[in-house]
Design a protein around this ligand. Structure first.
Ligand code: IVH
Length: 681
């Protein structure tokens, strides 16, 4: 709490003080409820009551901005103002761990420690969480900084994002908390959230995250902490650092950390013999499959901090700890057949159909085969015994063939020549590994896929699922997304399992979509390579569909981040009479094909003809906001300094290379205040 007194230094009034007390009390209550819910998994109040308290606190905080506290429970929702991360030097370096893979290597570690210490010692075994490491700095019990591992010496300050992680306490509980501690731990994306996220990305045809680890580290580095907050990250703390820790035992420190409210895994054992260590390894190799988060091994740590200090570290690893890595889970099963799936862009994915086999707790029947090159590299034959691995990915993959088990050789798997759905010969472009079905206009899965894309939440947000789309398509009621706008009550009400309510709901949702803004309609069209962000960029550069349809490759590529590939695809779309016809049909149904009046009204030409580079970190607005302001006011935003640059909008920590180049080229450097003045703010 920064400022208890108002600006004129007078004492706060009585009601002011009461409100302050209330704020303090609400914050305490909400911290406690967060802890009960996210760390103990034992909530003591309903979600509804929790939300009520949260709303009360939010209202009070809005009323009293002077009582701002970055560690208030309301800060968990994130904010869009921080951006580009600054680099922070770790007070204590963040070391990595030496990996071992066999019981023999674990025995070697044990004997090395024994020789070195020449006294009794205990080993703490704990799970190795497979996420991204984080250092949480608590000063006087309050989270002051969260830093990624980086290169071990310096990392990124991701505090704003980490504040949104629900099981990380913003304020520690209890007494006798040293004035400075660092809690080292791992940030993870639970399996179920990872799977949901990838499903969403698949629907949007965005690249999938390979595993929860990549998803967690990608999320932590996002610019908008509101998106981070929505991703439901979790943390596990596995080490405490600080000069004033009361215990000499790592195990006891972890118990202490747990008492302070940090999330420490219960899967932890202090062992005094190698046998006990092996027992732990064996138990968790199986049991970890039932956990909600990914683990890839066990970490063994000497318990006594004094002994840890005596053993010391190399430049990379501590000598008092090692990681024992679990083997990637594999199963051997028979390849029964290969089938092919066609996506909305016509890309054809080969899928292996397998004799069902149990792997990491789920029955696997299918595995991805990626593309023709991957199939050839495996020298795959129907009937082969193949190794399947999950390795963090949602769709299992085939990693090898047991050629010894091949006694009757089946047909060699050759990539399909024709589309499995419409029979059109497939094409594979030079330099690409992917096969396409070129019959984009009449190939059913491509048409259905495009309609599915059109209706998604981030596009037209029409509440209709893939089954209904399939049904309406099969009944000849829709042949493209524009036909949705021709659907009538009578068409729907008599469909199997439909009734008046569902028919009316769908029609209402379709009607409502007519007010979806132009940039989202552009995204909904499903032009290849035009995702959500690109659609926004195109819409702000070309205010209506006619301007976009008439834009040349040069005009398109002059827009920031629009390269040849996208420009080419946009041109091809508007040169195809069938797509032009489709757009015209949508237009006639009343969809938005120009920027809204409000967006247009906010546009000016104040920066017309100016190319501006943004560099560094800012206080008043985020980089993205400055980017939007440049475009909104007719300027061009470019990523690198060149002779065409007119201004560099510079914040703190501007890159030295950019500075040098700017000075050499004589480019004017302006700060954010000057920039805002140029726009008349
Ligand atoms: S202790 C000096 N304990 O594994 C000791 N690390 O390969 C430092 N990790 O960077 C690490 N679970 O991000 C430790 N229970 C655990 C862990 C753990 C996961 C990660 C950590 C570290 C990496 C080393």
């Amino acid at each position: 709490m920064k400022n208890l007194f108002s600006e004129d230094n007078s004492l706060p009034s009585k009601s002011h003080l009461e409100d302050l007390e209330l704020i303090d009390n609400l914050r305490k209550q909400l911290h406690e409820h967060n802890y009960n819910y996210y760390v103990l998994s034992q909530p003591t109040i309903s979600d509804f009551e929790f939300d009520k308290l949260m709303r009360q606190l939010t209202d009070l905080e809005e009323q009293y901005p002077e009582f701002y506290d970055p560690n208030s429970p309301t800060m968990r929702v994130g904010s869009d103002i921080n951006k580009s991360f600054s680099q922070v030097t770790h007070r204590y370096p963040m070391l990595s761990l030496q990996n071992t893979y066999t019981e023999g290597e674990v025995t070697d570690f044990y004997n090395r420690v024994k020789r070195s210490l020449n006294e009794d010692f205990e080993i703490v075994c704990e799970l190795k969480f497979d996420g991204t490491s984080i250092s949480l700095v608590y000063e006087n019990g309050r989270l002051s900084q969260a830093i990624t591992r980086g290169d071990g010496k310096q990392g990124d300050d991701v505090t704003a994002n980490v504040r949104t992680v629900r099981n990380i306490p913003l304020v520690l509980k209890g007494d006798n908390i040293p004035d400075y501690i660092e809690a080292r731990g791992e940030i993870l994306l639970p399996w179920n959230v990872f799977e949901e996220l990838n499903k969403e990305r698949e629907a949007q045809e965005e690249p999938l995250f390979a595993n929860p680890r990549n998803a967690a580290s990608g999320t932590l580095k996002m610019q908008d902490s509101r998106v981070v907050a929505s991703r439901r990250l979790e943390s596990y703390v596995y080490y405490l650092m600080g000069e004033k820790l009361s215990s000499n035992s790592h195990f006891e420190n972890m118990e202490l950390a747990r008492k302070w409210g940090l999330n420490v895994s219960k899967a932890m054992k202090r062992c005094s013999s190698l046998e006990e260590v092996f027992e732990f390894l064996k138990y968790w190799d199986v049991e970890r499959k039932n956990l909600s988060v990914a683990t890839d091994g066990v970490v063994l740590k000497i318990d006594s901090l004094l002994q840890q200090r005596n053993l010391g570290s190399t430049s990379k690893f501590p000598r008092w700890a090692i990681a024992y890595k679990f083997n990637a889970e594999q199963a051997l099963t028979r390849l029964e057949s290969v089938s092919y799936q066609v996506g909305r862009t016509g890309a054809v994915t080969p899928v292996a159909n397998l004799e069902p086999v149990l792997l990491s707790g789920t029955t696997v029947k299918r595995a991805s085969l990626y593309n023709e090159d991957a199939i050839n590299a495996l020298d795959l034959h129907i009937g082969d015994m193949v190794y399947v691995e999950k390795g963090g990915e949602i769709i299992p993959k085939i990693t090898g063939v047991d050629k010894e088990a091949r006694f009757l050789i089946g047909d060699r798997v050759r990539f399909a020549k024709r589309c499995p759905d419409c029979g059109t010969p497939l094409v594979r472009n030079e330099d690409e590994a992917v096969h396409y079905c070129p019959n984009s206009e009449d190939c059913p899965p491509q048409i259905k896929g495009r309609i599915e894309h059109f209706v998604t939440r981030k596009a037209m947000n029409i509440t209709i699922g893939p089954e209904t789309i399939g049904l309406l398509y099969d009944k000849n009621l829709i042949k493209d997304a524009a036909d949705l706008y021709k659907l009538k009550f009578e068409d729907l009400v008599n469909l199997e399992r439909w009734g008046e309510t569902s028919a009316n709901n769908l029609l209402a949702s379709i009607e409502k979509s007519k007010s979806i803004p132009y940039e989202r309609v552009l995204f909904a069209l499903g032009i290849r390579f035009v995702g959500e962000t690109v659609a926004h960029k195109l819409a702000s550069a070309f205010h209506d569909i006619d301007m976009l349809a008439a834009a040349t490759i040069e005009q398109l590529t002059s827009v920031e981040e629009i390269g040849d590939r996208i420009a080419q695809s946009v041109r091809e779309y508007f040169e195809n009479p069938k797509y032009v016809d489709f757009v015209n049909k949508l237009h006639s149904h009343g969809l938005q094909f120009e920027l809204s009046k409000e967006t247009m009204a906010a546009r000016t030409e104040k920066l017309a003809g100016l190319t501006i580079v943004i560099s560094g970190t800012f206080e008043l607005h985020s980089r993205d906001e400055y980017k939007a302001m440049i475009l909104q006011n007719g300027g061009k935003n470019s990523g690198s300094v060149s002779k065409n640059t007119d201004y560099i909008l510079a914040g703190d920590n501007m890159g030295p290379a950019k500075l040098e180049k700017a000075e050499k080229l004589g480019v004017k450097i302006i700060d954010e205040k000057t920039f805002l003045e140029m726009l008349g703010f």
